[in-house]
Design a binder for this molecule. Structure first.
Ligand SMILES: [Zn+2]
Length: 252
């Protein structure tokens, strides 16, 4: 949000009732979060049934599995040791992701970060990561949007995990096309050279296990390219944290 609209929305908060960032209904005084409680309750946050490889939530009673139908086709994996996803990219969780990314609803980032922090603790990963890195945005897109939604999620997550937040270490090279219309194979080739470690910053990641944070993962091509770049840059291992796991070909 630019300073002027931040000022304007701050002013509007004073004179108008606050609204749920998803449903738009006015919030009551004791409803302090950005999302109305009845909307929040609809989100199916991942629990004990999940795929460690891609983060996709699984059916009840399945437990933690190392590969699932959603990631089986991705032979090379994602360059990560394990991936945590708050849930499927559908329903209210999808609406939250969209409102954060395109609707300017930056206040939704801490909601997603809280779910992710809980999962990171529950799955015993908190002690396995040394630093948190947000997925970088293209410079021009960051400029147009005014913020990087992954960085907004990563900041409170790093704080809760009590790990340093490393920004500016992983960079986009600019050598990519938009991913949305490409096939899985095309996406992978498209992003192979998409990232680099900022010159002079390798010491930030050398020998460290990093938690790479993004909002949505579809084929994992972008996450994989970023993770491999970090490892090439000296990181000892990479874990992924995603607000939502989208499955290519599913209704999304
Ligand atoms: Zn999987």
């Amino acid at each position: 949000m630019n300073p002027l609209s931040a000022l304007a929305s701050g002013f509007l908060d004073l004179v108008l009732p606050r609204h749920c960032a998803v449903s738009g209904r006015p919030l009551l005084d004791d409803e302090t979060g950005p999302v109305a409680p009845e909307v929040l309750r609809e989100v199916e946050v991942a629990g004990a049934d999940y795929c460690t490889r891609c983060g996709a939530p699984q059916g009840r009673g399945v437990g933690a599995i190392k590969e699932c139908a959603s990631c089986k086709a991705y032979r090379d994996g994602f360059g990560t040791r394990e991936i945590v996803a708050a849930g499927d990219y559908s329903g209210v969780l999808k609406e939250i992701c969209l409102a954060l990314k395109f609707g300017g609803e930056q206040r939704l980032a801490p909601v997603l970060a809280a779910w992710l922090a809980q999962l990171v603790f529950d799955r015993g990963l908190a002690d396995k990561v040394d630093a948190v890195i947000p997925m970088p945005l293209h410079v021009f897109r960051r400029f147009r949007r005014g913020y990087n939604q992954a960085a907004l999620i990563a900041a409170p997550l790093a704080k809760t995990l009590e790990r340093p937040l490393l920004t500016g270490v992983l960079k986009r090279t600019g050598k990519t096309e938009r991913q949305a219309r490409l096939s899985a194979a095309q996406r992978k080739g498209n992003v192979a050279d998409a990232f680099e470690v900022q010159a002079g910053r390798t010491s930030d990641i050398e020998g460290r296990r990093v938690l790479l944070v993004d909002d949505v993962m579809t084929t994992g091509a972008t996450l994989g390219a970023a993770a491999r770049t970090l490892k090439k840059g000296g990181a000892k291992g990479v874990y992924g944290a995603l607000a939502a796991r989208a499955v290519l070909g599913a209704d999304s």
